[in-house]
Design a protein around this ligand. Structure first.
Ligand code: NAD
Length: 348
């Protein structure tokens, strides 16, 4: 059973560690972080071995025991998930390679940090046996999942997306905007080219605006389909996906705030929503033009992808087996009353 080391135990790393711990076929060997903050305390509380990055002094001063430093963790690991801030993962690449440990990087790293940019629904097989994989960013994961489904169902000729981006994660007290709306004047924004690192044949243009919110991103999507179809056929294709939640009008979920309340009421850990959340009534098709709106929970959407990436690099399972196992353990899709309710006639 692969022993997984998680280097970087913040927003993404702590969720990935818990998801790995929930799997029957892999385990957490330890987690590494720079500071002895509340997340270090919860790592200890959850029983994860804790490794210090950038020296042990701060941990010693706070009286938080550690089990070693980052290199010690890498030595103990069969696979490393690097969930450090953007750019730090690339700086660790030589260390991972020196120990011959496959690494799963995150979307903050440049695409050339790893030979494969990964979304399980789109290109799992490209990552099988790879030395390194980059799980793409939250917005890119949401778009790649969606376009993988639509492309398979009817073909996507070209897509245009406007991303309404959350300004910060809930814990990022130093980021904003607080009272502003910030357009990205770079066109296309970096997200479109990033989707093409996963789905090179899908033409996608993106523009982005950052708003004062911490809950989720919202993406308005328009794509030209390769063949004629109708909105119900698109809704059916999405309803068959375990990592897409179709939100029917009767739920009364009119925005990201109620989506997060819904997740909390469902008892999801940390109120997470790793699925693409598509408002069913927004799906509109006219003359091969498809329109829809989806929300993406930036803190959790990449978590199941990291678990699948671990199975891919270790060659432990096929795409279908891995996705099914990850979804079952994390409570996504499958024969749940919720999935049946949302996928059925009531989901219209
Ligand atoms: P974070 O700041 O919440 O957590 C980073 C963690 O890395 C912290 O535990 C910190 O102590 C640790 N760290 C910092 N420097 C380190 C070092 N030199 N060695 C070891 N550990 C170190 O960051 P995050 O939001 O979890 O982002 C991690 C990665 O995931 C980035 O590439 C980011 O772009 C990507 N990502 C983030 C989100 C999001 O919304 N937060 C979504 C998708 C992808």
């Amino acid at each position: 059973m692969p022993q997984v080391g998680v280097v970087g135990y913040g927003t993404i790393g702590k969720r990935v560690a818990d998801a790995v711990a929930a799997q029957p076929d892999m385990s957490v060997v330890g987690v590494a972080k720079t500071s002895p903050n509340f997340e270090a305390a919860t790592a200890r509380e959850r029983g994860y071995d804790l490794y210090a990055a950038n020296g042990r002094d701060a941990f010693a001063r706070a009286g938080v025991p550690v089990d070693g430093e980052v290199e010690d963790l890498v030595v103990e690991s069969d696979v490393v998930v690097d969930a450090t801030p953007a750019g730090v993962g690339a700086a660790y690449r030589d260390l991972y390679e020196a120990h011959g440990v496959p690494a799963i990087y995150q979307g903050g790293e440049a695409a050339d940090t790893a030979p494969v940019s990964f979304v399980a629904r789109a290109n799992y097989d490209e990552a099988v046996g790879a030395d390194a994989v980059r799980v793409v960013s939250c917005n890119t994961t949401g778009l790649s999942r969606l376009f993988a489904v639509l492309d398979e169902a009817v073909g996507v000729e070209r897509a245009r997306v406007t991303l309404v981006r959350r300004g910060a994660d809930p814990g990022q007290t130093g980021s904003g905007p607080i009272d502003d709306i910030l357009p990205s004047t770079r066109v296309p924004s970096h997200h479109g080219p990033d989707v093409q690192t996963v789905l090179p044949h899908v033409e996608v243009d993106t523009m982005a605006v950052k708003v004062p919110a911490t809950l989720m991103h919202v993406q308005t999507v328009n794509c030209t389909l390769a063949s004629d179809t109708d909105a119900d056929a698109i809704r059916d294709a999405l309803a068959g996906e375990s990592r897409v939640l179709s939100i029917p009008p009767w739920l009364g979920v009119d925005g990201a705030g109620k989506l997060k309340s819904f997740a909390a009421d469902l008892g999801r850990p940390r109120g997470d929503l790793p699925e693409n959340c598509v408002w069913a009534e927004s799906v509109t098709v006219s003359d091969r033009e498809c329109y829809l709106v989806q929300a993406i929970h930036q803190e959790s959407i990449v978590v199941p992808e990291n678990v699948d990436a671990i199975r891919a690099v270790t060659g432990a399972a096929s795409a279908a087996e891995s996705v099914a196992r990850t979804d079952e353990t994390l409570g996504l899709g499958g024969p749940l009353p919720l999935a049946a309710l949302l996928a059925g006639e009531a989901g219209r």
